[in-house]
Design a protein around this ligand. Structure first.
Ligand code: UDP
Length: 238
């Protein structure tokens, strides 16, 4: 038996997390490091699912700002998440892990369709599942996809890796006196008007009483530390 505080988790990585120091696309070194972290967590006994954004390639809102039809832009964004998922699958498999990409939009020549029962079975068998294409509809984000899938597969915790090491009482980039908050309830996040994730994703997590931990993935070994129960970043709980 593992000595972990969580049995099954879903880790949300933004597409930008794959870029490293580049301003577009995927840095193989960064991808490899993230894959190692995920495998370390899985080898310690956790069942790990991943959702990866697409912002390193396309975001529908950005494309729409440039004049493109928003739905088409969002579809391109969803395809970008599939590209990132395939890249991560490759990195995980090169390191010897078993992995399945499951997409919310049908693209089953390149990966499996998302089917909840099958996803749960993969996780039970120790395979790392990467849920691609968000919720499969435009006007959503991969934060919503991460929240939805975490709830569907019965994850104990949703992990949101960000560039900031937790939730602050105000934007730490703009205010030098911003204070990091260690634990919050969903109601406190609303009352204090804090930005944790987008509104749809936030509502899903709150209504399902799914705990969320916001943290910075830059520090090596951080994922396993969190799974062992270390209070890194900010915990948002029901
Ligand atoms: N997207 C979408 N529906 C979803 C998830 C994503 O339309 O359920 C599109 C949307 O255009 C979004 C893009 O895919 O901007 C990439 O996802 P996201 O912005 O969440 O990526 P991240 O910011 O995490 O890299």
């Amino acid at each position: 038996m593992s000595n972990l505080a969580y049995r099954r988790v879903l880790l949300k990585l933004s597409g930008e997390a794959l870029m490293g120091d580049e301003d577009y696309g995927i840095d193989p070194k960064v991808l490899n490091r993230l894959a190692r972290e995920v495998i370390e967590a899985r080898d310690a006994g956790a069942e790990v699912a991943l959702v990866i954004g697409g912002g390193n390639i396309f975001r529908g809102a950005g494309l729409a700002a440039g004049g493109m039809d928003r739905v088409t832009g969002d579809q391109m964004g969803m395809l970008a998440t599939v590209i990132n998922a395939l890249a991560m699958q490759d990195a995980l498999e090169k390191l010897g892990a078993k992995c399945r990409v499951m997409s919310a939009i049908k693209i089953n020549d390149v990966c499996e369709d998302y089917i909840r029962r099958r996803a749960v079975r993969h996780l039970e068998k120790g395979r790392i599942c990467i849920f691609a294409a968000g919720v499969g509809s435009p006007f959503f984000t991969t934060d919503s996809g991460a929240a939805l899938r975490a709830i569907e597969v019965g994850a104990d915790l949703l992990l949101k890796a960000t560039k900031v090491d937790g939730v602050y009482d105000k934007d730490p980039k703009k205010h030098a006196d911003a204070v990091k908050l260690d634990t919050l309830t969903y109601d406190e996040v609303i009352a204090r008007n804090l930005q944790v994730m987008d509104t749809a994703a936030f509502a899903l997590c709150r209504d399902a009483s799914l705990s969320l931990r916001v943290f910075d993935m830059a520090q090596p070994g951080v994922l396993l530390k969190i799974l062992r129960g270390e209070p890194i970043g900010t915990l948002v709980r029901a």
